[in-house]
Design a protein around this ligand. Structure first.
Ligand code: SAH
Length: 227
């Protein structure tokens, strides 16, 4: 057996998590309309394979949602990129953002990689604890709390951007109320099965603009805390 054959594929850079595989995902996102280079760069640098179970790591750079336990999923990279890009649309320069539904922590990490001050809320304690370990291991300084994200985080608002990563039948007023003037909220809205990814931007007087970005499928936004 040659030395090369004894090396783990990761070590010689041909593994399913290698930079080449990650770059292929970036090209795919670009082909599917993600144009903001800052966002593409964040997706390129944040190691998505560390946000899923080791058994799924080889699939981490496919453009697909993957299970993270507790019946939840890490969002599809295209959806993460689309939501993130929406916060920067029209020359917006967000600083402080809120995510509802930490899950694996991947979306929060992407936002932090863009230099944003990230707040994230998760109702399932075990998912939050695992996400916090990832933030620490990767050096991300992200504020998080175990709570029902439908109330937002009023003490720390208002936010320049709010990203809701679980679907509700309608926009949640308490969250819209925590948007700063000029801020953008992105949220999947609709019943189980399929939803619309809504984007709304508000100015000092209220909502000025609402757009439907894409059809999406998210897990539901639920009430009540789970350990
Ligand atoms: N942004 C996540 C996606 C996770 S899936 C990621 O990048 O991995 C959606 C998450 O929202 C789940 O973890 C689910 O537990 C959480 N969630 C659902 N309803 C919630 C609520 N009311 N408050 C906070 N989190 C909620």
């Amino acid at each position: 057996m040659t030395a090369r054959m004894r090396l783990h594929p990761e070590a010689i850079g041909v593994g399913m998590t290698s930079q080449r595989v990650r770059d292929r995902l970036i090209e795919r996102l670009r082909d599917n309309g993600i144009a903001d280079e800052r966002v593409l760069n964040a997706v390129r640098t944040v190691p998505r394979h560390l946000f899923v179970d080791e058994a799924l790591a080889t699939r981490a750079y496919e453009d697909t949602a993957l299970p993270i336990g507790h019946g939840q999923t890490i969002s599809q990279p295209w959806v993460v990129a689309k939501m993130t890009e929406a916060l920067f649309a029209n020359g917006a320069q967000p600083k402080k953002v809120l995510e509802v539904g930490t899950g694996s922590g991947y979306q929060a990490a992407i936002l932090a990689a863009l230099g944003l001050e990230v707040h994230t809320v998760e109702r399932i304690g075990e998912l939050l604890r695992t996400a916090r370990k990832r933030f620490r291991a990767l050096g991300f300084n992200i504020r998080s709390k175990h709570d029902d994200g439908r109330i937002g985080w009023p003490e720390n608002g208002p936010f320049d951007g709010i990203v809701v990563t679980a679907a509700a039948p309608a926009l949640v007023d308490a969250l819209t109320a925590q948007l700063a003037p000029g801020g953008t909220l992105v949220a999947p809205v609709g019943g189980s099965g399929a939803q619309s990814l809504l984007c709304l931007r508000r100015d000092a007087d209220g909502v000025v603009d609402q757009a439907n970005l894409a059809p999406v499928v998210f897990v539901p936004l639920l009430s009540g805390l789970v350990d």
